[in-house]
Unconditional design. Sequence first.
Length: 88
Amino acid sequence: MANTTSAKKAARKAVRRTEINKSRRSVLKTEVRKVEEAIAAGDKGKAMAALKVAEPLLVRTAQKGILHKRTASRKVSRLTARVNALSA
């Protein structure tokens, strides 16, 4: 348990940050899932629209430190490749 005032405040901040990060991660997963579902359905239009929403979210979550920068980049790259492969 935190003893000093600053440690107590840091503990409170950590709880708040955790909630915010959970929320952002949840939104991100939902949007990525929408892209994957559109790809599975073979609907290129829906997949492109969903990717347009998911890509900035992936980049933003990496900037906020929720995902690693390279993880976000890899996910964007792989999703884009899968969406582009739909037309071929």
